[in-house]
Ligand binder design. Structure first.
Ligand code: RIB
Length: 309
């Protein structure tokens, strides 16, 4: 049984230059090839959830320009329901300027454009539509009042909300306590808990601090150090898969989209994290955001069985 996934978030066009290294402030370098990719944390997560076997509705705002129209068409090719995507007049679609170095590490600056115009009213349909078994997935690349509203309605309707707190924006504890699953990376964990994740003991401390706020599941994504998970009755460190990184852009997004799909198929937590970890590992071996996300058929047979059985 596959439940609905609602992804509420940003949609960007990524302009990417691949270079030997990322320039320092004040430095000009001659980089390598230039690429344009579909991106945005919300869109990447929606596409990941759909490509990996989820039934996805994506809610965002794009500009009244070619990039926005093109993005909607792309989302439809993945069978994503786009009926609640708004087109903001006189605004540009979100754009991200990205530099990727030889090790696959990146640096990203986003011009939000239409993403900053997403409004609470854009979600009014959701309050009526949400069912108890639905999964809601969001990030912080949209206005924070929209995220607060979303957390409030999900908690009222007892719907599982996954919050990927990226890029970090402050959320008061009265909102965090209502979150079902939070998925910060190391940087976001530091903002949320003031704890530097230097080893697994520090991950435990940070996860416990977040659990104590009332969050049910804490999943800290640590890149090459794997994933640390803690809930009230379970704790696990899941090692990263060993892959040659080409581009880490959207690895976190692939993880989150995969997690939503796994939850929507009612897969248990540890298996869900392993599934998401495998999808994220695949994504770092390819260049770009949505272009790097695997389809379910590109994952190991045992992961395909999670979704098809
Ligand atoms: O997480 C990666 C994404 O961050 C990129 O696709 C870019 O658009 C920014 O939103």
């Amino acid at each position: 049984m596959k439940n609905n996934i609602y992804v509420i978030g940003s949609s960007n066009t990524d302009m990417v230059i691949k270079s030997d290294h990322i320039p320092k402030p004040g430095e000009t370098i001659i980089g390598g090839n230039f690429y344009t990719f579909q991106g945005g944390k919300g869109a990447n997560q929606a596409v990941a959830a759909a490509k990996l076997g989820g039934k996805v509705t994506f809610v965002c705002r794009v500009g009244d320009d070619y990039l926005g129209k093109n993005s909607i068409k792309k989302y439809e090719t993945y069978d994503i329901n786009t009926e609640y995507i708004g087109i903001e007049q006189n605004e540009h679609t979100g754009v991200a300027l990205i530099m990727v170095d030889q090790r696959g590490e990146n640096l990203i600056s986003v011009s939000s454009g239409a993403n900053a115009k997403l409004k609470i009213e854009d979600l009014s349909f959701l309050e009526k539509k949400l069912l108890n078994d639905d999964i809601v997935l969001t990030q912080l690349e949209i206005p924070i009042d929209v995220v607060k509203y979303l957390i409030t309605i999900c908690s009222k309707k007892n719907v599982k909300l996954i919050l990927n707190p990226a890029p970090y924006q402050k959320l008061e504890d009265k909102y965090l306590e209502k979150v079902h699953t939070i998925t910060p990376n190391i940087t976001e964990t530091k903002y949320l808990t003031e704890i530097d994740i230097t080893d697994i003991d520090k991950s435990k401390l940070a996860a416990k601090k977040l659990l104590d706020k009332g969050i049910k599941n804490v999943i800290i994504t640590m890149g090459s150090k794997g994933v640390f998970f803690m809930s009230e009755d379970e704790m696990a460190h899941i090692e990263a898969e060993n892959v040659d990184a080409i581009d880490t852009t959207a690895a976190g997004d692939t993880f989150n989209g995969a997690l939503a799909t796994a939850f929507s198929h009612s897969i248990d937590l540890i298996k869900s994290i392993k599934f998401s970890n495998a999808a994220a590992a695949f994504s770092v071996t390819k260049l770009g955001a949505q272009s790097s996300i695997p389809s379910i058929s590109q994952l190991d047979k045992k992961f395909q069985d999670y979704v098809y059985s």
